[in-house]
Write a protein that binds this ligand. Structure first.
Ligand SMILES: C[S@@+](CC[C@H](N)C(=O)[O-])C[C@H]1O[C@@H](n2cnc3c(N)ncnc32)[C@H](O)[C@@H]1O
Length: 238
């Protein structure tokens, strides 16, 4: 009898832990401040197929420890895209396409615009392309293979939105390679400003001096980080 009681107690504990981790929700892995919870819910109203692929890619990233922005910040990123309606988004650091899917989903909702996303690892490029295909978003996102610090120089402007997520020390070189083609009012978002500040000092100094820039903090319970920030900078209108 004692043995059964112990087993039931253990199962109950596991259920609580699972629940605390958000295991029953598609969003799963991150606690959200109330405002973000609302945005996340609205994302579920978007076409099921896209959301299913996003959920799948999120699970793969967690299972295989593939770096990704995580749901809380992805929702914010999508909101920024919705708000600014960029015609051209450039993303440096695709990984397997998690953030790309979130932004492309918004472009599809808007009915226009395109993302050029750059990734240096060929295997990740292939996977990102495949997930975009599965989500039916190829029309809105192109993944290019190569070093973002170089490839950004080939992108014709105007660029309305830039997302930097490709190694802290690469942020400034990527920005330097494209800043002349950023449209007035363009939004530049840099991830991992909380945990990576020291590695991107040159970048932060530049955007805080030349652009209208703010740091937004997020509670994220990704396995590798609990709290982090994004720097959101806006290129001045001329
Ligand atoms: C944090 S992950 C990107 C996550 C992705 N934005 C997401 O949220 O799903 C960073 C990616 O940048 C790539 N990377 C690193 N240096 C790069 C470079 N110089 N050019 C392009 N990609 C690079 C890495 O291979 C890695 O896949």
């Amino acid at each position: 009898m004692k043995g059964w009681t112990a087993i039931f107690a253990l199962l109950a504990c596991l259920c609580v832990i699972f629940d605390c981790l958000g295991g029953g929700e598609a969003s799963g892995q991150e606690t959200k401040p109330s405002g973000e919870r609302e945005q996340s819910t609205s994302a579920t109203h978007q076409p099921d197929r896209i959301q299913e692929v996003i959920d799948k890619v999120e699970r793969i990233c967690l299972d295989e420890a593939v770096p990704m922005v995580g749901r809380v910040k992805a929702v914010r990123l999508a909101e920024l895209v919705r708000e600014h309606k960029p015609r051209l988004i450039v993303e440096c650091g695709t990984a397997i396409g998690y953030s790309t899917l979130w932004m492309a989903q918004e472009l599809k909702q808007l009915g226009c615009g395109k993302i050029i996303s750059i990734e240096i690892l060929p295997e990740r490029v292939e996977r990102a392309r495949e997930f975009l295909r599965q989500a039916g978003l190829e029309e809105f996102a192109e993944v290019r293979l190569g070093d973002a610090r170089e490839l950004v120089k080939q992108i014709e402007g105007p660029v309305d939105f830039l997302f930097l997520d490709c190694g802290y020390q690469n942020y400034y070189p990527c920005l330097a390679g494209i800043k002349d083609r950023l449209a007035p009012g363009a939004v530049v978002v840099a991830d991992n400003v909380g945990i990576g500040e020291r590695g991107m000092r040159d970048y932060l100094e530049f955007v805080r001096k030349h652009y209208k820039s703010r740091t937004e903090w997020f509670d994220v319970t990704l396995p590798w980080v609990a709290r982090d920030a994004m720097e959101i900078s806006v290129v001045p209108e001329k």
